[in-house]
Design a protein. Structure first.
Length: 232
C-alpha cells in the first residue's frame, strides 16, 4: 500500500510549478529588490493564485478518487451515507425542489427517474460510475470550513477531529494558513494591488499547505479504507 493517494502525488507534482515561480521571484529579489519589485510582486501574486488552484484541485481529486473506487471495487451501497446519494443527484433534486407547477414537478421527477434511479438503492454495488462533475457541484473554495463540508458529503463527519489529532500542535496554524491563502487569493483575483507575499512568506505558505494536504490525505484515506476500500 502506498503512503499517499494518487491525488496527493499529483498535488506535490503541481507544487513544482509554484516553486519555479517562487524561486524566480527570490532570485529577482536578491539581484535588485528595489528595481525589480514589480516583477517580484507579479511572480508572487501568480504563485498565490496557482497554489490555491492546486489546493482546490487536490481536494476535488481526492473526492473523485473515492467516487471511482466505489464502482471499481464493487463496494456495496449498504454503508453509503444518505447525503452521498443526495450529492450524486443534487442538480436534479434541486430542480425538483424549485419546481412549483404540477407539470414541471412531473417533468423533473421523470428526469430524475430516467437518469439516476439505478443509483438509488441500498442493494449491491453501484451499477455505473458516479459523476464527479455532478457530485462536486457547489465546492468552489478550499477554505477549511468548505473542505470540512465537502468531505462530509461522503459521510466523513469526523474529519476535523481526525485532522486535529494528526497535526496536533500544528493544527491551528495549518488551517489558519489554508484560510489565509484562500483570502489572499481572492483579493488578488479581485484586483487588489496591495496584496502579495514575499518569496520567503510564500515558502512558509507552501510548507503549511503541503502539510495540510498530507494530513488530509492520511486521515481521509484511512477512514475510506475502514468504511469502504483502499484508495492508496
Amino acid at each position: 500500500m502506498s503512503r499517499y493517494t494518487a491525488a496527493y502525488s499529483q498535488f506535490t507534482h503541481q507544487l513544482e510549478e509554484v516553486e519555479i515561480l517562487r524561486r524566480t521571484a527570490a532570485s529577482r529579489e536578491r539581484a535588485d529588490a528595489l528595481r525589480l519589485r514589480d516583477e517580484v510582486n507579479a511572480l508572487c501574486r501568480g504563485s498565490i493564485v496557482l497554489l490555491c488552484a492546486h489546493l482546490e484541485a487536490y481536494v476535488r481529486g481526492l473526492g473523485e478518487l473515492a467516487l471511482d473506487s466505489m464502482t471499481a471495487r464493487l463496494v456495496p451501497r449498504t454503508g453509503v451515507a444518505a447525503q452521498m446519494f443526495y450529492h450524486m443527484s443534487q442538480d436534479l433534486l434541486r430542480e425538483l425542489r424549485d419546481a412549483a407547477e404540477p407539470e414541471k414537478i412531473a417533468e423533473r421527477v421523470f428526469a430524475f427517474l430516467t437518469a439516476d434511479l439505478p443509483l438509488w438503492s441500498r442493494q449491491g454495488p453501484f451499477p455505473s460510475p458516479i459523476s464527479a462533475e455532478r457530485f462536486n457541484r457547489g465546492f468552489a473554495s478550499p477554505a477549511f470550513k468548505r473542505v470540512v463540508k465537502y468531505l462530509n458529503r461522503f459521510g466523513y463527519s469526523d474529519y476535523g477531529r481526525d485532522l486535529a489529532g494528526r497535526l496536533q500542535a500544528r493544527f491551528q496554524v495549518t488551517v489558519n494558513m489554508v484560510d489565509h491563502l484562500v483570502d489572499t487569493r481572492n483579493k488578488v483575483a479581485h484586483g487588489d494591488p496591495a496584496v502579495s507575499k514575499t518569496p520567503a512568506e510564500l515558502a512558509e505558505m507552501m510548507r503549511l499547505v503541503r502539510m495540510f494536504c498530507s494530513a488530509t490525505d492520511s486521515v481521509f484515506a484511512s477512514w475510506w479504507r475502514t468504511h469502504f476500500c483502499s484508495i492508496r
